[in-house]
Design a protein around this ligand. Structure first.
Ligand SMILES: *Cc1c(COP(=O)(O)O)cnc(C)c1O
Length: 360
């Protein structure tokens, strides 16, 4: 290979600089790192699902517009009839479609930080400028004055607000979000991945703000394996974003499984209710531990700070419990860890092991 055909000559500089998204191998560990719902379905339900799977004509392409899935998502998520919908292979793909649609000469994506890592990663991937605006220290609210100034300076094409926010678990103040919606020159995307665990949503406010788009996913609801997310908003915007969607992006097995699973929506809601109850239990127990600072959560995970996050993370991992170490990801998250709410048994194992590890 001579120097003209080496990767560094031809790979885009922004890609050369990126690190591929890392997912740790859980091995046999109790997996509390990725905000998964820990519950599968009862055996009879799995049996019914497999009967449906038998009908899959996988020699054919799937329905390109996934009509049956969309119709059911509209019903269970109470999507206003006037609003359009685009499905993605996870909401990650929809974030990428948004970045592809709005990217261009000096176009910019803005998000508060710390927040969902994919906003920055996808902006960098497509070569879009990115600006992160720090949240307030300790309570992780929107720093509205810093945001107004950043929006004025950078005129972002896209603003992403995770609501509730990952990894902090809180829902930002409604009035602050309304202010941003009113002054944003471009689009505001409210990412409601954790809607199943939260009392807050902007779904009913879509009509009020023509520059608002809403992201939802079935991942945190209990269907992470399907890879299915949805973007909701006015057709005037969605008609253009749709042009960046690759044909048949929602595969046939996902379409059939989602329709089936959403027919059992009450079962998924029971699971999320259980997770919400267990979240409060876990929160209370964590609050009682000395030298642990815990933040309340509207999601299915809890953020907490210890004296030495790396040592705590490694100690838990060695004892078979995988959580997420956030130390080093953002200055506001020094010595912070994030634990996903699991089953009561898993949560208990986590708590007991945590006590062992930090008591050392
Ligand atoms: C988990 C998560 C997503 C990703 O959802 P997928 O549909 O699984 O791609 C999106 N946004 C936020 C804030 C998340 O935490």
């Amino acid at each position: 290979m001579n120097h003209t055909n080496s990767p560094t000559t031809w790979i885009r500089p922004e890609i050369l600089q990126l690190t591929a998204y890392q997912v740790p191998d859980p091995g046999n560990a109790i997996k509390l790192d990725a905000m998964e719902n820990p519950y599968h379905w009862d055996p009879p339900v799995i049996e019914q699902w497999l009967q449906v799977m038998k009908t899959a004509t996988i020699n054919r392409y799937p329905d390109p517009s996934a009509r049956a899935v969309k119709q059911q998502l509209r019903t269970v998520m109470q999507v206003p009839e006037t609003m359009g919908m685009i499905l993605g292979n996870g909401s990650d793909e929809l974030i990428q479609m948004l970045a592809l649609t709005f990217n261009g000469n000096r176009r910019l994506l803005l998000a508060p930080e710390p927040s969902f890592a994919m906003y920055r990663l996808i902006a960098q991937m497509v070569g879009m400028q990115y600006v992160g605006v720090p949240l307030t220290t300790e309570d992780f609210q929107l720093d509205i004055f810093a945001l107004l100034e950043a929006i004025d300076t950078h005129q972002p094409a896209l603003i992403f607000l995770a609501y509730p926010n990952n990894p902090t678990g809180n829902a930002f103040g409604t009035a602050d979000i309304e202010t941003i919606l009113e002054i944003a020159p471009g689009i505001v995307v409210i990412d409601e991945a954790y809607a199943p665990f939260s009392d807050h949503s902007f779904m009913s406010r879509l009509e009020d703000y023509p520059n608002l788009l809403l992201l939802r996913t079935v991942s945190k609801l209990g269907l992470a394996g399907l890879r299915l997310g949805l973007l909701i908003g006015a057709e005037t915007w969605l008609a253009h974003i749709e042009k960046t969607r690759l044909p048949y992006n929602i595969n046939m097995l996902t379409q059939l499984s989602a329709v089936f699973a959403l027919q059992h929506y009450d079962m998924l809601i029971r699971q999320t209710q259980q997770i919400k109850t267990d979240r409060e239990q876990l929160l209370q127990h964590l609050q009682q531990l000395p030298n642990v600072k815990v933040w309340p959560s509207q999601a299915n995970f809890i953020l907490f700070r210890v004296k030495d996050a790396k040592r705590t993370f490694e100690g838990l991992k060695q004892r078979g419990i995988l959580i997420k170490n956030l130390h080093g990801s953002h200055p506001l998250l020094n010595n912070c860890l994030r634990v996903t709410v699991g089953t009561p048994v898993e949560n208990q194992a986590f708590l007991e092991t945590l006590v062992q590890v930090i008591g050392m």
